[in-house]
Ligand binder design. Sequence first.
Ligand code: NCD
Length: 322
Amino acid sequence: MSTELDQELSRLAGAWHHDHLLDLESLSAEDITVLLDTAEHLLARFNQAGRKLDLLTGRTVANLFFENSTRTRNSFSLAAKRLGADTVEFAASGSSVAKGETFIDTAKTIEAMGAGAVVVRHSTPGTSHLLAEHLNCPVLNAGDGPHEHPTQGLLDILTIRQHRKQISGLTIALVGDIAHSRTARSNIFGLQKLGAHVIVCGPATLVSKQWETLGIEVAHNLDDVLPRCDVLNLLRIQFERQATRPFPSVREYALLYAMDARRMQRAKDDILIMAPGPINRGVEITPEVADGPHSVILQQVSNGIAVRMAGLWLLLERTLPN
Ligand code: NCD
């Protein structure tokens, strides 16, 4: 284990001052940079060790998922395990929630079993903030309805930074269902703080002019903005969060907004194609683009583990006895 890395990790821990990781809106550019740098360092340390680290040995991380998840849930679990922590996996179905137990009582029960940190995903906005008020341990938001998904924002930003060195000055378009996307909101807050020019692009029913009040660009025509973009982040249409269908047909959406081989010809030569996943092939992205040379979608997944290691370690490290 290298001393240089150790010194860097203690410097990063000293620069981190938050008890929870609930959103990117309330973090500063410095906080976000600390998280990204910690992710890079923990990843380097894990790769160097070639086995799981012992930074959180004896600690327990509870995953409380009240909504479906493949990537985020497994990623938080792996992140905890790579730091040496144990995990408790909670799924709402099959639990006492089905017997009428409240959300807060469920979380308090898990905390009483010794969880040192709670990771929570819920369909209601604000649930992670609510838990942070009621629990004594750090809370990490793994997605609260359409509100925020801070670790998704961080992993997206880390992936861009690995390719472009810095975020400042880049033009990054978030395409698709901005209205219902927690990923969009976390990306917007994080990218803006780091100095990127953010475009939100999609049908008017999913991309309101209101976004301009945040100082970002609103576009409804992908072909118009495409040649200016350094990065495209293609967001899934969140049908499960919509009361009515916001466009006439999925086929029409794909014609106007799907990133396909024809559109790639009009993009910058070094454009990065991203998607938080799950992807709907043929709707927001076609297979040849999703699996093509510009796609960094699987790198995003790998980086997800690194940023979650960073969040867990920075928060739990503060609660360790000296
Ligand atoms: C995102 C989510 O759940 O918000 N997915 C994820 O965490 N990887 C985006 C989505 O579901 O479309």
